[in-house]
Unconditional design. Structure first.
Length: 365
């Protein structure tokens, strides 16, 4: 097969590309230029698309003896991921830009371009597994064997057509094994630290970045009784479950910490409450994505609402909205704290990823 190996410049994508070459595929390395900001060209940037990363990816491609190209998807990334991120926070939601990037950039824009150029598939360094079952070879997305590095959550937005053209060569390996293999292969990135944080926020200061985009919007912080207990510079910059950064001038009467319970951007109000009032059980989902056949009725599944959160037993209720678009309600067996609209809920049947939805609203029962 002719395969595009997405090469970020890190150790994972380097070993992923090498394994595709070893498997006998015709591989071309591609680094995605995703930012037009000068700050991400600096070595101190915290993302995965710096100038240094591009050079690291090229050196790996040279060592593998494969062609290497840089594809400029910066404008598409700005519109589909960055502006979506800003718009969601402006709504009082807490988005996960990694899911949007996988859905709209790596497995849409990149995949579409690869297919248009005659390639059959895209390979990435994500820790997840593709399992082929039945006839004629239906492909399922499963968790990685290394649960500490499992990235199936951020791939839960991929549909059956995208999975048909995806390879995740690292899914059966641990991170330690991947680093060891990179060292044996002589890759200079074998000990390169993993990228963290949001790639387009170079200094990692999300609140400061949002303030520069949306402007200061002073407002008040209320407690669960509606009493003013503090002030803020913009309700959009807070997320449900947040404790740090509230800057409340005095402790609560019971001496217990307070957490964000609600973000009301229409009134520009943040509501805080004690931890025991944060639990929710029902999640209303929109932007539903199924990784294969959709459940036809109430189904017992596992639900995960954070990239590295626990999987919780739940019942999924798929449906159809007024406009004919799919809907999904998820009822957790036990209350879960700190669930915010805008986050994604990903559903599992054992290790298999069933599908996902963006959380539109939450309810205590």
């Amino acid at each position: 097969m002719r395969v595009v190996a997405a090469m970020s410049g890190g150790v994972d994508s380097a070993v992923s590309a090498a394994r595709m070459v070893d498997a006998g595929h015709e591989v071309v390395g591609v680094h995605l230029a995703l930012s037009q900001q000068a700050s991400v060209l600096r070595e101190s940037a915290r993302g995965c698309c710096t100038l240094e990363d591009s050079a690291d990816a090229r050196r790996v491609a040279d060592r593998l003896g494969i062609p290497f190209y840089v594809w400029d998807l910066a404008e598409r990334f700005r519109v589909e991921v960055v502006e979506d991120f800003v718009a969601e926070y402006a709504r009082g939601h807490t988005p996960n830009p990694c899911l949007r990037c996988n859905e709209r950039i790596k497995f849409h824009a990149l995949l579409d371009k690869a297919v248009a150029l005659g390639f059959d598939a895209v390979a990435t360094g994500h820790y997840a597994r593709i399992v082929t079952v039945g006839d004629p070879g239906k492909r399922e997305l499963h968790r990685a064997v290394d649960m500490a590095k499992d990235q199936s959550y951020v791939l839960g937005v991929l549909d059956e057509q995208q999975l048909a053209r995806a390879f995740f060569p690292l899914g059966d390996s641990t991170k330690a094994q991947v680093r060891q293999e990179a060292a044996v292969r002589g890759f200079a990135v074998a000990k390169k630290p993993d990228s963290h944080d949001i790639c387009f926020i170079a200094d990692g200061d999300t609140r400061g970045w949002l303030t520069r985009r949306l402007g200061a919007q002073p407002g008040v912080i209320l407690d669960e009784q509606g009493e003013v207990v503090g002030e803020h510079g913009g309700a959009y910059a807070f997320t449900v479950g947040q404790r740090k950064g509230l800057r409340l001038p005095r402790p609560a009467p019971d001496g217990q910490p307070r957490y964000v319970r609600e973000v009301d951007v229409e009134r520009n109000v943040v509501v805080v409450a004690p931890a025991e009032l944060l639990g929710v059980r029902r999640l209303d989902g929109e932007h539903v994505r199924w990784c294969g056949d959709a459940p036809t009725g109430p189904t017992r599944l596992g639900a995960q609402v954070r990239a590295h959160g626990a999987e919780l037993p739940a019942t999924a209720y798929p449906g159809v909205g007024p406009a004919g678009s799919p809907t999904l309600d998820v009822v957790l067996d036990q209350p879960l704290r700190g669930v915010a609209p805008g986050q994604s809920v990903v559903l599992y049947d054992g290790t298999r990823v069933v599908g996902s939805a963006t959380i539109r609203a939450t309810h205590p029962r």
